[in-house]
Design a protein around this ligand. Structure first.
Ligand code: PMP
Ligand code: GLU
Length: 392
Protein backbone atom coordinates (compact mmCIF):
# COMPACT_ATOMS: atom_id res chain seq x y z
CA UNK A 1 0.00 0.00 0.00
CA UNK A 2 1.31 3.38 -0.96
CA UNK A 3 1.56 6.21 1.52
CA UNK A 4 -1.56 8.39 1.88
CA UNK A 5 0.69 11.35 1.07
CA UNK A 6 0.49 10.32 -2.58
CA UNK A 7 -3.30 10.42 -2.80
CA UNK A 8 -3.42 14.02 -3.96
CA UNK A 9 -0.14 14.24 -5.85
CA UNK A 10 -0.11 14.46 -9.64
CA UNK A 11 3.01 13.72 -11.72
CA UNK A 12 4.82 16.70 -13.26
CA UNK A 13 2.90 17.79 -16.40
CA UNK A 14 6.00 19.29 -17.98
CA UNK A 15 8.10 16.16 -17.54
CA UNK A 16 5.21 13.93 -18.68
CA UNK A 17 4.48 15.95 -21.83
CA UNK A 18 8.14 15.89 -22.76
CA UNK A 19 8.22 12.10 -22.32
CA UNK A 20 5.11 11.83 -24.53
CA UNK A 21 6.79 13.96 -27.21
CA UNK A 22 9.86 11.73 -27.19
CA UNK A 23 7.63 8.67 -27.52
CA UNK A 24 5.78 10.19 -30.51
CA UNK A 25 9.09 11.23 -32.09
CA UNK A 26 10.43 7.69 -31.74
CA UNK A 27 7.33 6.50 -33.65
CA UNK A 28 8.32 8.78 -36.51
CA UNK A 29 6.06 11.80 -35.80
CA UNK A 30 7.59 15.18 -36.60
CA UNK A 31 6.73 16.97 -33.37
CA UNK A 32 7.70 20.53 -32.52
CA UNK A 33 8.39 20.56 -28.81
CA UNK A 34 7.65 23.91 -27.19
CA UNK A 35 6.74 22.29 -23.89
CA UNK A 36 9.63 21.73 -21.52
CA UNK A 37 11.66 24.54 -20.01
CA UNK A 38 15.03 23.04 -20.80
CA UNK A 39 17.75 25.08 -22.56
CA UNK A 40 18.57 23.82 -26.05
CA UNK A 41 22.20 24.89 -25.54
CA UNK A 42 24.94 22.59 -24.34
CA UNK A 43 26.92 23.07 -21.14
CA UNK A 44 29.71 25.64 -21.70
CA UNK A 45 33.19 24.24 -22.34
CA UNK A 46 34.71 25.76 -19.16
CA UNK A 47 32.19 23.86 -17.04
CA UNK A 48 32.61 20.60 -18.94
CA UNK A 49 36.41 20.80 -18.68
CA UNK A 50 36.27 21.43 -14.92
CA UNK A 51 34.11 18.31 -14.57
CA UNK A 52 36.48 16.25 -16.71
CA UNK A 53 39.52 17.47 -14.77
CA UNK A 54 37.75 16.61 -11.52
CA UNK A 55 37.30 13.04 -12.76
CA UNK A 56 40.97 12.78 -13.78
CA UNK A 57 42.09 14.17 -10.42
CA UNK A 58 39.95 11.66 -8.53
CA UNK A 59 37.74 14.32 -6.95
CA UNK A 60 35.21 11.60 -6.35
CA UNK A 61 35.22 11.06 -2.60
CA UNK A 62 32.55 12.03 -0.10
CA UNK A 63 32.70 15.70 0.81
CA UNK A 64 30.87 18.18 3.09
CA UNK A 65 27.04 17.89 3.19
CA UNK A 66 26.88 21.64 2.52
CA UNK A 67 28.71 21.16 -0.80
CA UNK A 68 32.30 21.89 -1.83
CA UNK A 69 33.86 24.88 -0.14
CA UNK A 70 35.23 26.11 -3.49
CA UNK A 71 31.76 26.04 -5.05
CA UNK A 72 30.16 27.73 -2.06
CA UNK A 73 32.81 30.46 -2.34
CA UNK A 74 31.98 30.91 -6.03
CA UNK A 75 28.26 31.14 -5.17
CA UNK A 76 29.03 33.59 -2.36
CA UNK A 77 30.98 35.76 -4.80
CA UNK A 78 28.19 35.59 -7.41
CA UNK A 79 25.50 36.55 -4.89
CA UNK A 80 27.61 39.44 -3.62
CA UNK A 81 28.68 40.83 -6.99
CA UNK A 82 25.58 40.19 -9.08
CA UNK A 83 22.74 40.24 -6.58
CA UNK A 84 24.13 42.53 -3.91
CA UNK A 85 23.56 40.07 -1.05
CA UNK A 86 26.27 39.31 1.45
CA UNK A 87 25.98 35.69 2.56
CA UNK A 88 28.53 33.87 4.74
CA UNK A 89 29.96 30.55 3.51
CA UNK A 90 28.03 28.80 6.26
CA UNK A 91 24.77 30.24 4.88
CA UNK A 92 25.06 28.54 1.50
CA UNK A 93 24.18 24.90 0.73
CA UNK A 94 24.68 23.20 -2.65
CA UNK A 95 22.02 20.62 -3.60
CA UNK A 96 20.86 18.39 -6.45
CA UNK A 97 19.19 21.13 -8.49
CA UNK A 98 16.94 23.96 -7.38
CA UNK A 99 14.17 21.39 -6.95
CA UNK A 100 16.19 19.76 -4.21
CA UNK A 101 17.10 23.11 -2.62
CA UNK A 102 13.38 23.94 -2.49
CA UNK A 103 12.35 20.59 -0.98
CA UNK A 104 15.18 20.79 1.58
CA UNK A 105 13.92 24.23 2.58
CA UNK A 106 10.35 22.99 2.90
CA UNK A 107 11.47 20.05 5.07
CA UNK A 108 13.46 22.47 7.22
CA UNK A 109 10.61 24.95 7.73
CA UNK A 110 7.29 23.10 7.62
CA UNK A 111 5.37 21.32 10.33
CA UNK A 112 2.26 19.32 9.39
CA UNK A 113 -0.61 21.67 8.58
CA UNK A 114 1.55 24.76 8.09
CA UNK A 115 0.21 26.89 5.27
CA UNK A 116 2.35 27.90 2.33
CA UNK A 117 1.12 30.72 0.12
CA UNK A 118 1.51 30.03 -3.58
CA UNK A 119 0.39 32.73 -6.04
CA UNK A 120 -1.20 31.45 -9.27
CA UNK A 121 0.09 30.75 -11.83
CA UNK A 122 2.79 28.71 -10.11
CA UNK A 123 5.52 26.43 -11.35
CA UNK A 124 4.14 22.88 -11.54
CA UNK A 125 6.10 21.34 -8.70
CA UNK A 126 5.51 23.91 -5.92
CA UNK A 127 2.05 22.67 -4.97
CA UNK A 128 3.03 19.00 -5.05
CA UNK A 129 6.26 19.58 -3.10
CA UNK A 130 4.36 21.37 -0.35
CA UNK A 131 1.71 18.62 -0.16
CA UNK A 132 4.33 15.86 -0.15
CA UNK A 133 6.08 17.51 2.76
CA UNK A 134 2.97 17.85 4.90
CA UNK A 135 2.22 21.52 4.26
CA UNK A 136 -1.05 22.97 3.00
CA UNK A 137 -0.82 25.04 -0.18
CA UNK A 138 -2.93 28.21 -0.12
CA UNK A 139 -3.38 29.51 -3.65
CA UNK A 140 -3.87 33.14 -4.58
CA UNK A 141 -5.77 34.13 -7.74
CA UNK A 142 -3.78 36.97 -9.28
CA UNK A 143 -5.10 39.49 -11.81
CA UNK A 144 -4.31 39.79 -15.49
CA UNK A 145 -4.16 43.58 -15.27
CA UNK A 146 -1.19 43.12 -12.93
CA UNK A 147 0.44 40.58 -15.31
CA UNK A 148 -0.68 37.76 -12.98
CA UNK A 149 1.73 38.98 -10.29
CA UNK A 150 0.96 38.91 -6.59
CA UNK A 151 -0.08 42.17 -4.90
CA UNK A 152 0.53 42.99 -1.21
CA UNK A 153 -3.24 43.22 -0.68
CA UNK A 154 -3.84 39.74 -2.14
CA UNK A 155 -1.07 38.41 0.07
CA UNK A 156 -2.41 40.09 3.20
CA UNK A 157 -5.90 38.70 2.56
CA UNK A 158 -4.66 35.12 2.39
CA UNK A 159 -2.61 35.10 5.58
CA UNK A 160 -3.88 33.07 8.53
CA UNK A 161 -2.44 32.04 11.88
CA UNK A 162 -1.05 28.93 10.18
CA UNK A 163 0.83 30.75 7.41
CA UNK A 164 4.52 29.91 7.51
CA UNK A 165 5.92 30.72 4.14
CA UNK A 166 5.40 32.58 0.86
CA UNK A 167 6.72 30.93 -2.29
CA UNK A 168 7.69 33.58 -4.80
CA UNK A 169 9.27 32.97 -8.18
CA UNK A 170 11.05 35.81 -9.98
CA UNK A 171 11.38 35.93 -13.02
CA UNK A 172 8.22 33.90 -13.21
CA UNK A 173 7.64 30.52 -14.74
CA UNK A 174 5.20 30.34 -16.64
CA UNK A 175 4.66 34.03 -17.48
CA UNK A 176 8.18 35.48 -17.81
CA UNK A 177 6.94 38.47 -15.79
CA UNK A 178 9.37 40.15 -13.37
CA UNK A 179 8.59 41.85 -10.04
CA UNK A 180 10.00 45.36 -9.70
CA UNK A 181 11.95 46.47 -6.63
CA UNK A 182 8.94 48.42 -5.35
CA UNK A 183 6.57 45.49 -5.82
CA UNK A 184 8.95 43.18 -3.94
CA UNK A 185 9.48 45.72 -1.15
CA UNK A 186 5.77 45.94 -0.43
CA UNK A 187 5.40 42.14 -0.50
CA UNK A 188 8.36 41.76 1.88
CA UNK A 189 6.81 44.33 4.22
CA UNK A 190 3.65 42.22 4.52
CA UNK A 191 5.78 39.14 5.27
CA UNK A 192 7.82 40.99 7.90
CA UNK A 193 4.67 42.38 9.54
CA UNK A 194 3.20 38.87 9.74
CA UNK A 195 6.30 36.79 10.60
CA UNK A 196 6.25 34.82 7.38
CA UNK A 197 9.30 33.33 5.70
CA UNK A 198 9.91 33.84 1.99
CA UNK A 199 11.26 31.26 -0.38
CA UNK A 200 12.55 33.32 -3.33
CA UNK A 201 13.08 31.03 -6.32
CA UNK A 202 15.38 33.08 -8.56
CA UNK A 203 16.44 30.26 -10.90
CA UNK A 204 15.71 32.43 -13.99
CA UNK A 205 17.43 35.53 -12.57
CA UNK A 206 20.14 35.61 -15.25
CA UNK A 207 17.63 35.17 -18.06
CA UNK A 208 16.33 38.68 -17.69
CA UNK A 209 15.66 41.17 -20.51
CA UNK A 210 15.23 44.26 -18.37
CA UNK A 211 18.02 46.26 -16.78
CA UNK A 212 17.33 45.99 -13.12
CA UNK A 213 16.55 42.64 -11.57
CA UNK A 214 16.16 42.78 -7.78
CA UNK A 215 16.82 39.82 -5.50
CA UNK A 216 14.40 39.67 -2.58
CA UNK A 217 17.16 39.22 0.01
CA UNK A 218 19.02 42.28 -1.27
CA UNK A 219 16.21 44.62 -0.19
CA UNK A 220 17.30 44.96 3.45
CA UNK A 221 18.91 43.09 6.35
CA UNK A 222 15.39 42.28 7.63
CA UNK A 223 14.36 40.92 4.23
CA UNK A 224 17.49 38.77 4.10
CA UNK A 225 16.74 37.28 7.53
CA UNK A 226 13.35 35.88 6.49
CA UNK A 227 14.31 34.86 2.94
CA UNK A 228 15.74 31.65 1.55
CA UNK A 229 17.24 32.49 -1.84
CA UNK A 230 17.12 29.64 -4.35
CA UNK A 231 19.12 29.52 -7.54
CA UNK A 232 21.07 27.05 -9.67
CA UNK A 233 22.88 26.29 -12.89
CA UNK A 234 20.21 24.34 -14.81
CA UNK A 235 18.80 27.31 -16.69
CA UNK A 236 21.53 29.96 -16.63
CA UNK A 237 24.34 27.60 -17.70
CA UNK A 238 22.29 24.97 -19.57
CA UNK A 239 23.25 22.34 -16.99
CA UNK A 240 19.92 20.61 -16.33
CA UNK A 241 21.34 17.08 -16.17
CA UNK A 242 24.24 17.95 -13.88
CA UNK A 243 21.72 18.64 -11.12
CA UNK A 244 23.26 21.56 -9.23
CA UNK A 245 21.23 24.15 -7.36
CA UNK A 246 21.79 26.08 -4.17
CA UNK A 247 20.09 27.81 -1.28
CA UNK A 248 21.32 30.81 0.69
CA UNK A 249 19.61 31.64 3.95
CA UNK A 250 20.16 32.42 7.62
CA UNK A 251 22.82 30.29 9.33
CA UNK A 252 20.14 28.47 11.29
CA UNK A 253 18.17 27.41 8.22
CA UNK A 254 21.34 26.54 6.28
CA UNK A 255 22.46 24.29 9.14
CA UNK A 256 19.08 22.55 9.14
CA UNK A 257 19.22 22.08 5.35
CA UNK A 258 22.72 20.66 5.62
CA UNK A 259 21.63 18.20 8.33
CA UNK A 260 18.62 17.07 6.26
CA UNK A 261 20.72 16.73 3.13
CA UNK A 262 23.52 14.96 5.00
CA UNK A 263 21.13 12.19 6.01
CA UNK A 264 19.13 11.93 2.81
CA UNK A 265 21.69 12.27 0.01
CA UNK A 266 25.03 13.31 1.63
CA UNK A 267 25.66 15.97 -1.05
CA UNK A 268 25.39 16.36 -4.83
CA UNK A 269 27.92 14.62 -7.08
CA UNK A 270 31.36 16.16 -6.53
CA UNK A 271 32.06 16.01 -10.28
CA UNK A 272 28.92 18.04 -11.01
CA UNK A 273 29.90 20.49 -8.30
CA UNK A 274 33.28 21.06 -9.95
CA UNK A 275 31.57 21.57 -13.30
CA UNK A 276 29.25 24.12 -11.66
CA UNK A 277 32.33 25.82 -10.22
CA UNK A 278 33.66 26.04 -13.78
CA UNK A 279 30.38 27.55 -14.96
CA UNK A 280 30.36 30.22 -12.26
CA UNK A 281 34.02 31.17 -12.54
CA UNK A 282 34.79 30.73 -16.25
CA UNK A 283 31.63 30.88 -18.35
CA UNK A 284 30.06 34.30 -17.89
CA UNK A 285 30.44 35.16 -21.60
CA UNK A 286 28.78 31.96 -22.81
CA UNK A 287 25.91 32.50 -20.40
CA UNK A 288 25.45 36.05 -21.65
CA UNK A 289 25.43 34.82 -25.26
CA UNK A 290 22.63 32.36 -24.45
CA UNK A 291 20.57 35.13 -22.86
CA UNK A 292 21.03 37.33 -25.95
CA UNK A 293 19.74 34.51 -28.13
CA UNK A 294 16.73 33.95 -25.82
CA UNK A 295 16.04 37.67 -26.02
CA UNK A 296 16.04 37.65 -29.83
CA UNK A 297 13.64 34.70 -29.75
CA UNK A 298 11.45 36.53 -27.23
CA UNK A 299 11.27 39.56 -29.51
CA UNK A 300 10.36 37.42 -32.51
CA UNK A 301 7.76 35.33 -30.70
CA UNK A 302 6.09 38.42 -29.20
CA UNK A 303 5.87 40.00 -32.63
CA UNK A 304 4.39 36.83 -34.18
CA UNK A 305 1.89 36.22 -31.37
CA UNK A 306 0.67 39.84 -31.51
CA UNK A 307 -0.56 39.17 -35.03
CA UNK A 308 -2.82 36.25 -34.03
CA UNK A 309 -6.48 37.11 -33.42
CA UNK A 310 -8.42 36.00 -30.33
CA UNK A 311 -5.45 35.53 -28.02
CA UNK A 312 -3.40 37.77 -25.74
CA UNK A 313 -0.39 37.14 -23.55
CA UNK A 314 1.57 38.38 -20.56
CA UNK A 315 4.52 40.47 -21.72
CA UNK A 316 7.58 38.26 -21.03
CA UNK A 317 10.50 40.15 -19.49
CA UNK A 318 12.59 37.15 -18.52
CA UNK A 319 12.86 33.32 -18.41
CA UNK A 320 11.98 31.56 -21.70
CA UNK A 321 8.22 31.25 -21.59
CA UNK A 322 5.13 33.00 -22.95
CA UNK A 323 1.82 32.50 -21.17
CA UNK A 324 -1.03 32.90 -23.62
CA UNK A 325 -4.63 33.69 -22.70
CA UNK A 326 -6.81 31.49 -24.90
CA UNK A 327 -10.02 31.95 -22.89
CA UNK A 328 -11.90 33.55 -25.78
CA UNK A 329 -11.77 30.24 -27.70
CA UNK A 330 -13.30 28.15 -24.94
CA UNK A 331 -16.72 27.64 -26.51
CA UNK A 332 -15.08 25.97 -29.53
CA UNK A 333 -14.02 23.00 -27.39
CA UNK A 334 -15.78 20.03 -25.86
CA UNK A 335 -13.98 19.29 -22.64
CA UNK A 336 -14.73 17.52 -19.39
CA UNK A 337 -12.27 18.57 -16.73
CA UNK A 338 -9.74 20.96 -18.15
CA UNK A 339 -10.09 23.31 -21.12
CA UNK A 340 -6.38 24.03 -21.47
CA UNK A 341 -5.57 20.32 -21.39
CA UNK A 342 -8.06 19.69 -24.21
CA UNK A 343 -6.66 22.67 -26.16
CA UNK A 344 -3.09 21.31 -25.91
CA UNK A 345 -4.15 17.73 -26.67
CA UNK A 346 -5.98 18.76 -29.85
CA UNK A 347 -3.13 21.05 -30.90
CA UNK A 348 -0.61 18.21 -30.44
CA UNK A 349 -2.77 15.61 -32.20
CA UNK A 350 -3.77 17.77 -35.15
CA UNK A 351 -0.78 20.06 -35.63
CA UNK A 352 2.04 18.15 -33.93
CA UNK A 353 3.12 20.93 -31.58
CA UNK A 354 3.59 20.28 -27.86
CA UNK A 355 2.83 23.10 -25.42
CA UNK A 356 1.82 23.01 -21.75
CA UNK A 357 -1.77 23.53 -20.54
CA UNK A 358 -2.25 26.37 -18.08
CA UNK A 359 -3.93 23.96 -15.67
CA UNK A 360 -0.43 22.63 -14.90
CA UNK A 361 0.22 26.05 -13.36
CA UNK A 362 -3.19 26.35 -11.76
CA UNK A 363 -4.74 28.64 -14.42
CA UNK A 364 -6.97 26.89 -16.96
CA UNK A 365 -7.56 29.84 -19.35
CA UNK A 366 -3.95 29.86 -20.54
CA UNK A 367 -1.35 27.75 -22.33
CA UNK A 368 2.43 28.02 -22.05
CA UNK A 369 4.96 28.10 -24.85
CA UNK A 370 8.64 27.55 -24.04
CA UNK A 371 11.05 29.12 -26.52
CA UNK A 372 14.21 27.40 -25.37
CA UNK A 373 14.41 25.69 -28.72
CA UNK A 374 15.62 26.52 -32.21
CA UNK A 375 14.06 29.75 -33.56
CA UNK A 376 12.85 28.00 -36.75
CA UNK A 377 10.91 25.52 -34.63
CA UNK A 378 9.49 28.36 -32.57
CA UNK A 379 8.39 30.20 -35.72
CA UNK A 380 6.90 27.07 -37.23
CA UNK A 381 5.13 26.27 -33.93
CA UNK A 382 3.55 29.73 -33.80
CA UNK A 383 2.52 29.48 -37.47
CA UNK A 384 0.77 26.18 -36.66
CA UNK A 385 -0.89 27.78 -33.63
CA UNK A 386 -2.24 30.50 -35.90
CA UNK A 387 -3.63 27.90 -38.32
CA UNK A 388 -5.08 25.85 -35.44
CA UNK A 389 -6.91 28.88 -34.08
CA UNK A 390 -8.16 29.94 -37.53
CA UNK A 391 -9.55 26.46 -38.21
CA UNK A 392 -11.40 26.15 -34.90
N1 PMP B 1 12.12 26.50 -10.15
C1 PMP B 1 11.51 26.80 -11.30
C2 PMP B 1 10.61 27.99 -11.34
C3 PMP B 1 11.71 26.01 -12.44
O1 PMP B 1 11.09 26.33 -13.58
C4 PMP B 1 12.55 24.89 -12.36
C5 PMP B 1 12.71 24.06 -13.61
N2 PMP B 1 13.00 22.79 -13.54
C6 PMP B 1 13.17 24.62 -11.12
C7 PMP B 1 12.93 25.44 -10.04
C8 PMP B 1 14.06 23.44 -10.89
O2 PMP B 1 15.27 23.51 -11.55
P1 PMP B 1 16.43 22.46 -11.29
O3 PMP B 1 15.98 21.49 -10.27
O4 PMP B 1 16.72 21.82 -12.61
O5 PMP B 1 17.60 23.28 -10.82
N1 GLU C 1 11.02 23.83 -15.01
C1 GLU C 1 10.91 23.38 -16.36
C2 GLU C 1 9.50 23.57 -16.89
O1 GLU C 1 8.72 24.19 -16.23
C3 GLU C 1 11.46 21.98 -16.52
C4 GLU C 1 10.55 20.84 -16.17
C5 GLU C 1 10.33 20.65 -14.71
O2 GLU C 1 11.31 20.46 -13.99
O3 GLU C 1 9.19 20.72 -14.32
O4 GLU C 1 9.18 23.14 -17.96
Amino acid sequence: MLSKKLEHITPSYTIEISAKVNELKSQGDNIINLSIGEPDFFTPEGAKNKGITAIHHNRSKYDAPTGLKELRSAVQHKLREENNIDYGLDEIVISNGAKHSITNTLIALLDPGDEVIIPKPFWVSYSEMVKLLGGTPIYIETKKDNDLKLTPKELKDSISKKTKLLLINNPLNPTGAIYSKDELSSIVKVCLDNNIYILADEIYEKICYIDNFTSVASLSEEAKKITVTINGLSKSAAMTGWRIGYSASSKEIAKAISTIQGHLVSHPSTISQWAAHGALTLCEDEMRKMVNIYKRRRDKIVSLLSKIDNISFINPQGAFYVFIDVSSLKEKFNYKDSYSLEFCKKFLEEHKVAIVPGIAFGVDDYVRIAYCTDIHDVEEGIERLKTFIQLL
